[in-house]
Design a protein around this ligand. Structure first.
Ligand code: NAD
Length: 511
């Protein structure tokens, strides 16, 4: 089974409905499962960003004034297009990320189609407060309006889902968008923009520019005609993006890194916790911002937990992502594989026990960017592998003796994206839900996401929400409209300014 289609040349910018070449250096999308070239293209630069922002600006008045029903119809049609091209999307996602086709189909594509269906419905439910009189002389109402042109930047781990999380709420709320995918994984974002055109979404509403962060990303973030920047990626780059937005006061929405704790209390169902820890730490080869990374396990269960996870790690099949028997694909790039390997070997050099029982694949995919799932035991809370984001299939395991200690260790991280607690006790579950500092807390599970529920973090994991009505609201501005009810030329409150104290100018009690 070959996992590396022939190399092609791609046009990976969609600007005002036109597929265009970039004006920058040549670049090659690699198939991470083989390390071989998949698609060559020219990177976009500031010229393409300018054109895309101008197209989005031109499209904004028409799209933002379309009725919610009209926008909903178009986004429903986009959901249908995405569903109809599920096979093509899954193939492209697998080719550029190396993730198993089964996973790309069941999780990335299915999740994106569901997200599109959700935001199509949500487009019709822009909520505001009731119109009423908060003073006797005025009727107030709230309008929720689109922000304008959104510049979005996405990472490489879930390229299709990230494109969906950025594009769908933005356009459902009436914004227009310029999305910059990661330059190593642009294929499915371009397919989504083309699907938007076929769905009847006007040209210029959804634009994609494919370039590097330093050039195209920076040009987009600093563009004076971009009203809002929505960024998903690492904490370090996110903070630079925020500083850049601060220069011109642009609105910013940040989804950053994670380092999710996985807390196994003494009364947990051990089998559930072991299976949960393995699935949640290796999902997407650990390149998941909510992946379980730090297991804290009650000492009474520690040995059995380590043995159980090591046993399941030994059975995980790395291999050709198009083989239905493959469990796990490679990491996304050689540089990332080297970073993960470096962190694991430094932990081992520092005295940690590293248990990585799996086998690396051979044959046609031997040249891929492979990394065996690794369990790291006996590490200090302050060590690099516990503090910093690894973004690979690596789980550290630390013992604890009481609940206070477990929650303290779990919260001892600058990140706050996701966490889970495993327990049979309703009291522990409630305490963990309250005390774990994270945007999502799972009880007796770890990973599932739903289009209706928000995803987002606190602390070094950023702010702003993806998915759900919270995300739709993040892409709107709230406007208060106050209308005079009196039809009087001289308003009561004018008394605070004019010296004329005629008796009919009564100052309302609130002034
Ligand atoms: P990254 O920060 O290196 O890059 C993210 C994006 O930013 C890429 O498109 C990149 O080209 C661009 N970029 C880089 N420098 C830039 C600059 N100076 N100006 C503008 N754009 C720039 O992150 P990555 O390595 O691609 O992705 C992995 C990271 O993303 C991890 O930290 C992970 O936790 C995070 N992530 C977070 C979420 C979430 O929802 N919170 C989801 C997925 C991934």
């Amino acid at each position: 089974m070959s996992s590396s289609p022939t190399k092609t040349r791609g046009l990976l910018n969609v600007i005002d409905g036109v597929l265009r070449d970039g004006s920058g250096d040549p670049f090659t999308v690699l198939d991470p499962a083989t390390g071989r070239a998949h698609t060559g293209y020219a990177l976009a630069g500031p010229a393409e960003v300018d054109d895309a922002v101008a197209a989005a600006r031109r499209a904004f008045p028409g799209w933002s004034r379309a009725t919610p029903g009209e926008r909903a119809t178009a986004v429903h049609a986009l959901a249908a297009e995405l569903g109809a091209m599920a096979g093509e999307l899954a193939d492209a996602e697998t080719a550029q990320t190396g993730k198993p086709l089964r996973f790309a189909t069941d999780f990335d594509v299915a999740g994106t189609v569901d997200n599109a269906a959700f935001f199509a419905g949500a487009a019709r439910v822009l909520e505001g407060s009731a119109s009423t009189e908060y003073s006797p002389d005025h009727t107030s109402s709230i309008r929720r309006e689109a922000v304008g042109v959104v510049g979005s930047i996405a990472p490489w781990n879930y390229p299709l889902q990230m494109a969906g999380w950025k594009i769908l709420p933005a356009i459902a709320a009436g914004n227009t968008i310029v999305l910059k995918p990661a330059e190593i994984t642009p294929l499915t974002a371009v397919l989504m923009a083309r699907a938007a055109q076929r769905a009847g979404i006007p040209d210029g509403v959804v634009n994609v520019v494919t370039g590097t962060g330093a050039v195209a990303g920076d040009a987009l973030v600093g563009h004076p005609d971009v009203d809002m920047v929505s960024f998903t990626g690492s904490t370090g780059v996110g903070r630079r993006v925020m500083a850049r937005c601060a220069e011109r006061g642009a609105r910013v929405h940040l989804e950053l890194g994670g380092k999710a704790p996985f807390v196994v209390f003494a009364d947990a169902d051990l089998e559930a916790a072991v299976h949960g820890a393995v699935a949640a730490s290796v999902i997407n080869t650990g390149q998941d911002c909510t992946a379980a990374t730090r297991a804290y396990v009650h000492v009474s269960l520690l040995d059995a937990f380590v043995a159980g996870v090591a046993d399941l790690f030994a059975g995980i099949r790395l291999g050709d992502p198009r083989d239905p028997d493959t469990d796990l694909g490679p990491l996304s790039s050689a540089a990332h594989r080297d970073k993960v390997a470096g962190m694991v070997s430094r932990a081992a050099a520092g005295g940690a026990q590293v248990i990585a029982p799996g086998r690396l694949p051979d044959g046609d995919v031997a040249g891929g960017f492979w990394c065996r799932p690794a369990l790291v035991v006996g590490v200090g809370q302050r060590s690099e592998i516990v503090r910093d984001e690894v973004f690979g299939p690596v789980l550290t395991v630390t013992g604890f003796t009481d609940d206070d200690e477990a929650l303290r260790l779990a919260n001892d991280s600058p990140f706050g994206l996701a966490a889970s607690a495993w327990t049979g006790s309703v009291h522990r579950a409630l305490r963990a839900s309250r005390e774990l500092r994270a945007g999502t807390v799972w009880i007796n599970d770890h990973i599932p996401i739903f289009s209706e529920m928000p995803h987002g973090g606190v602390g070094a994991s950023g702010f702003g929400k993806d998915m759900s009505m919270y995300s739709l609201n993040d892409y709107t501005v709230v406007k208060h409209v106050a209308m005079d009810l009196t039809a009087h030329a001289r308003k009561a409150w004018h008394r605070t300014v004019f010296t004329d104290r005629s008796p009919d100018l009564q100052v309302p009690p609130t002034m």
